[in-house]
Design a protein around this ligand. Structure first.
Ligand SMILES: *[C@@H]1O[C@H](CO)[C@@H](O)[C@H](O)[C@H]1NC(C)=O
Ligand SMILES: *[C@@H]1O[C@H](CO)[C@@H](O)[C@H](O)[C@H]1NC(C)=O
Ligand SMILES: *[C@@H]1O[C@H](CO)[C@@H](O)[C@H](O)[C@H]1NC(C)=O
Length: 238
């Protein structure tokens, strides 16, 4: 039995590194003052650092994600009217004429992304290349007075054409890249809209394993499964 416990502990140790990849360990070069809160977003290996100032209803953010290819884009948006992509007011970081810039888009519908001012005030927008191929979007925005929760949406894409972002993939991880941003409560991490079911890899509920965040979940499920097998094998051998 003691052996079983040791084996189980080892398997837990083996899967824990995935959990250590959280926003609290990230160092951002741009912020003189650390952000008040940090959210490990549930999909697409994305992170939001933010400070909300209720006195003047402003939100200062640093969004960290990785473009789907080195010449791709990353986006973070607030949707003032709905929970999904349509209607989002987006900050999109992409390379335009060779330099990394932040552009603002009104995502009127799935087929109409119009580069324009957003429906709220934004300032100090800036994009930077971060560690390990990440892109960081810095920015400040005005939020509605006394707002408690905002709808946020984030996304990554592989292609940019003529300075505009091209379509992203439509995998689970992309489609689930949305959630609440609670300004008043301190965050834990967001939980995915539908959590993968342990022990049934490959079922439709399990997100595709090819992007970071999701592959970590898959790795954890497999790790846990292997831990259980080891545990059962050991118990039955006693
Ligand atoms: C919030 O904004 C007000 C008004 O601009 C400012 O006086 C105050 O210092 C800000 N608070 C923080 C924590 O930055
Ligand atoms: C609100 O306060 C923050 C922090 O002091 C400051 O950066 C920002 O410019 C202010 N926003 C507005 C709209 O005055
Ligand atoms: C996108 O929406 C804007 C504003 O409604 C409109 O002016 C424009 O023609 C639309 N573009 C396309 C490609 O539908």
């Amino acid at each position: 039995m003691a052996l079983a416990v040791v084996l189980l502990s080892i398997s837990v140790l083996l899967i824990s590194p995935a959990h250590s990849l959280t926003c609290t360990s990230q160092r951002l070069t741009n912020n003189k003052k650390p952000y008040d809160s940090c959210l490990d977003l549930p999909t697409l290996s994305s992170y939001l650092h933010y400070t909300y100032n209720a006195t003047n209803s402003s939100l200062s953010i640093a969004f960290v994600s990785t473009p789907a290819s080195p010449d791709g884009w990353v986006a973070w948006a607030i949707n003032p009217t709905a929970k999904g992509m349509a209607g989002s007011q987006a900050l999109i970081a992409l390379k335009s004429s060779g330099s990394l810039v932040v552009k603002t888009y009104n995502i009127i519908s799935y087929s109409n992304l119009t580069e324009s001012k957003l429906s709220f005030q934004t300032w100090d927008l800036k994009a930077e290349s971060g560690a390990s191929g990440t892109t960081v979007i810095y920015g400040k925005l005005k939020v509605p007075e006394k707002a408690e929760t905002l709808n946020q949406v984030w996304q990554v894409g592989a292609q940019v054409a003529n300075g505009h972002p091209m379509k992203h993939e439509f995998k689970q991880a992309n489609l689930q890249a949305k959630g609440p941003l609670n300004l008043v409560k301190k965050p834990g991490s967001l939980t995915p809209a539908s959590a993968p079911t342990p022990g049934t890899p490959g079922s439709p509920g399990v997100p595709s394993p090819d992007r970071g965040g999701q592959s970590m979940i898959r790795a954890n499920v497999v790790g846990l499964f292997m831990g259980l097998v080891l545990f059962l094998v050991t118990v039955s051998a006693l």
